[in-house]
Design a protein around this ligand. Structure first.
Ligand code: SF4
Length: 489
């Protein structure tokens, strides 16, 4: 009946049998000799310089670099024409460093996909798992191919109020920094929160991480919180920081914990070319093998997502000067909970295309505060019970997602937005169903009843509605104003 509704479910049955991402990454490291790891780390560093240092890139490509011979072994990485020709061919074997790098990179992509698949496979709350699948399907439909970069962790924890870095392009428009959690004060509540999350969501809660509109360097006790996360969930969570050199001892403690108890891929956001070279001086290539350097500096090859402050700046300045992406429209990745520990605040969020209604690139379905650990558990239970039905409720007012343009032709129904086209093959009751879903709001029960009275088969109607719902093409109408429906306690 449905033609292209399930294509977003890319993970079913397509990943290696080894499902634990951290075990997969550990094996990817162990499989390589120490010499191979060194070569990969050196190649990674070359590539980071190529992407993040425009002057180096220009000099290399124009042949004016005095030590250009040193980089011949990486030629497929910087000579675009050669790279295109040999990248997926046996000829790449003539560049063993690049071949090693490519194989390593493919393992990292697999690790990312295992991380994405993990909560659905190991989550223990069926309603939450079903809700997340719908959010993933909606995100895929709204964002198109860019959605593949989103790993949909189930929770992000903020350990501070706001962020002191103040990036002009911040895709989630982080507030200014106004305080942080001290481990001595917040440790007990933190550990209770982690225990409750594991209890209610199961191993899926391992995919949580400890920053959002915050930077880890603003929390001097960050590594203590991180160690608790490892002790209680079993995983060290990923860390991203834009200020890895501000408190280099803290950064080294984070990396040491990741190496000892992980492994995990961490990230440094690099804001200037100068900072890039300072990082190169402070850390050897091998020390950063499992740290992705994200080039955010002016002139880097990585465009900025059109969300948050970058989106707002784009309205007052030519976008090409800002290096805004034409396709990336959110940096939000969590489909689940955003928990601010010092504010004792819980939100339910999921990524979306940044827009006037959701400028930060995520929907907020719930926004409430809690008074202590017991109140947190109660609130979490309420949200899971109220917002996470496994099935489409009979009393829900339903309609097509508002970003979808709805048209009918001789072949059936077509639902499209800027990123995707979904089609539904013709069935006898389709035209009437579409009329019911775009007209005056009706409940699921009313829609089914109206169609059955007109002669449609109950089971056919029910099956199509469930498929449309699971693919997030129809939604309860209270999701439509997800930005404005968030309730503060
Ligand atoms: S991008 Fe990250 S580091 Fe920069 S202001 Fe936003 S939260 Fe802070």
């Amino acid at each position: 009946m449905l033609d292209r509704l399930s294509e977003a479910r890319r993970f079913d049955g397509s990943l290696p049998a080894l499902q634990d991402p951290q075990a997969f990454l550990a094996r990817a490291i162990e499989r390589r000799t120490s010499q191979e790891r060194s070569v990969i780390a050196e190649t990674k560093r070359f590539r980071e310089r190529l992407i993040g240092d425009g002057a180096f890139r220009t000099a290399l490509r124009s042949g004016t670099l005095s030590d250009a011979d040193d980089f011949e072994r990486y030629r497929p990485l910087w000579d675009q024409e050669l790279g295109h020709t040999v990248w997926n061919s046996a000829a790449l074997a003539a560049w063993p460093e690049v071949q090693l790098w490519k194989n390593w990179h493919e393992d990292l992509v697999c690790y990312r996909d295992l991380m994405t698949a993990y909560p659905s496979r190991y989550g223990t709350h069926p309603g939450f798992t079903a809700w997340r699948r719908r959010q993933e399907a909606r995100t895929a439909s709204e964002l198109g191919p860019m959605h593949l970069a989103i790993t949909h962790p189930v929770v992000a924890y903020e350990l501070a109020r706001g962020c002191s870095v103040g990036c002009w392009f911040c895709g989630i428009s982080a507030d200014s920094f106004s305080g942080t959690a001290a481990y001595a004060d917040h440790g007990p509540l933190w550990r209770e929160i982690l225990s409750v999350m594991m209890d209610r969501l199961g191993p899926a809660a391992r995919t949580g991480f400890c920053y959002w509109g915050t930077d880890p360097a603003d929390t001097p006790d960050y590594d203590h919180f991180l160690a608790d996360h490892q002790r209680i969930t079993g995983w060290v969570s990923q860390t991203t920081t834009a200020t890895p050199l501000r408190n280099i001892d803290l950064t080294r403690r984070i990396l040491a914990l990741s190496e000892r108890e992980g492994p995990v891929l961490n990230r440094f956001s690099v804001l200037t070319t100068r900072q890039l070279h300072q990082i190169f001086e402070a850390f050897t290539p091998l020390e950063l093998l499992l740290v992705e350097l994200v080039p955010q500096m002016r002139g880097s090859l990585m465009p900025k997502a059109r969300a948050g402050r970058a989106l707002a700046r784009g309205t007052s300045q030519p976008e090409r000067d800002l290096g805004l992406s034409s396709v990336a429209t959110t940096i939000a990745c969590v489909s689940g909970f955003l928990i601010n520990v010092p504010e004792q605040r819980l939100r339910l969020i999921a990524p979306t295309r940044a827009s006037a209604e959701c400028p930060e690139g995520y929907r907020t379905f719930v926004d409430k505060t809690f008074s202590d650990a017991a109140d947190f558990a109660k609130l979490l239970d309420e949200v899971l019970a109220l917002h996470m039905p496994e099935d489409l409720k009979g009393e829900a007012l339903i309609g097509f997602r508002p970003d979808l343009r709805v048209t009918m032709d001789e072949s059936g129904l077509r639902l499209e937005n800027q990123a995707s086209v979904h089609t539904v093959g013709k069935v006898p009751f389709l035209a009437e169903l579409v009329d019911l879903l775009v007209g005056t709001p009706r409940t699921t029960q009313d829609v089914i009843e109206a169609l059955v009275v007109s002669g449609a088969n109950f089971f056919d109607v029910h099956r199509l509605l469930i498929e449309l719902y699971e693919c997030a093409l129809i939604e309860p109408r209270d999701c439509w104003a997800a930005g404005s429906m968030a309730l503060r306690a």
